[in-house]
Design a protein around this ligand. Sequence first.
Ligand SMILES: C[S@@+](CC[C@H](N)C(=O)[O-])C[C@H]1O[C@@H](n2cnc3c(N)ncnc32)[C@H](O)[C@@H]1O
Ligand SMILES: [Zn+2]
Length: 276
Amino acid sequence: MSCPICSAALFAKPESAASVKTLSCDANHCFDRAKQGYWNLLAVQQKKSKDPGDNAQMVSARREFLNLGYYQPLAQALSLQLQKTVQPDQSANILDMGCGEGYYTAHCQQQLENHQFFGLDISKHAVKAATQRTKAITWLVASGANMPLKDSSIDIMTVVFSRLMPQAFADKLKTDATLVLVWPTDQHLIELKQAIYDDIKRSKYDPAAELDALFSVDSVTPCTFDFTIETAHDLTALLLMTPHGQKVNSQVRESLTNQLPLSLSFSVNIGCFKKR
Ligand SMILES: C[S@@+](CC[C@H](N)C(=O)[O-])C[C@H]1O[C@@H](n2cnc3c(N)ncnc32)[C@H](O)[C@@H]1O
Ligand SMILES: [Zn+2]
C-alpha cells in the first residue's frame, strides 16, 4: 500500500509485530488500523465533505436488501467472470473499487480464496459494515481518485454500480490487467420505474465511451433474471436501497404493496475492459 499524502510506500510499524496496527511512510505519515480491522487511508485534505460517500442509513439499507439474497445471481456471475479472468497458478491482486458494504467483494473472495482481495470505499460506514463480512479482505477507507496502492499493482479491478475514474483506474492497473464493470441497463427494475415516473428517461450512461481514451472493450455479458418480491418488508428494503425508492410517495408505495407478490426485472451488463 502507499501513503495517500505523499505516495511513498507504507511500511508496518514495528516491522516485526505479528498483527500490524500502524502503517507509516518515510516522511512519517502514520495511519492506525481501526479496531474493526480496516485501514483509514483517506487524508483529511482529500475529503470534500465531512462524511463522504454513502451515509449510515444508505449502507444499512443496502446491507439489509442484499442479505435477502435476491441479487445473488449477480454475485455468482461476477465471481465466475473473475475465475475466467485470473491466470492459472497466479495469485492475483483483486480490488473492488466502491465496494460498499462488501456483499459482492466477500462473495467473490470466497470463490477465489487463493487471491489477494482489497475492498475500497470512500464511506467509512460502508467499510465498517464490510469488515463484518470477512477479515480475509484488506478493507480500505479511501478515495477512488487517490487510491493508496502502488501504481501498476492491480491485476483485476471490479467496479459494481460505482463511479468511473478512468485515469485513476488506469494508473493502478498492471499493463495486461482487466477492469470489470457492472452497470444497469435501461430494463433494470423497469417495473419500479414505470410505477414511480410519468416519463422514463433513457439512460445516456455509456461506460465504453467514457473509458474509450484509456480502455478498450474486451467483452460485455448481460446478467438478467426476474425476481419476485413477496413481502412489504422486502419491498421497503429494496425501495430504501435504490435511488428510485427515494422518489416514492405514499400513494405509489401503497399501489406497489397492493401488487405483491411483485415480479421485477434485474438487468445489468458485466463488461471487461483492457488498458490500451
Ligand atoms: C451504489 S454504491 C455500490 C456499492 C457496492 N459496489 C454494491 O454494489 O453493493 C456506490 C458506492 O461508491 C462509493 N463511492 C462514492 N464515491 C466514491 C469515491 N470517490 N471513491 C470511492 N468510493 C466512492 C459510495 O460510498 C458507495 O458505497
Ligand atoms: Zn507519506
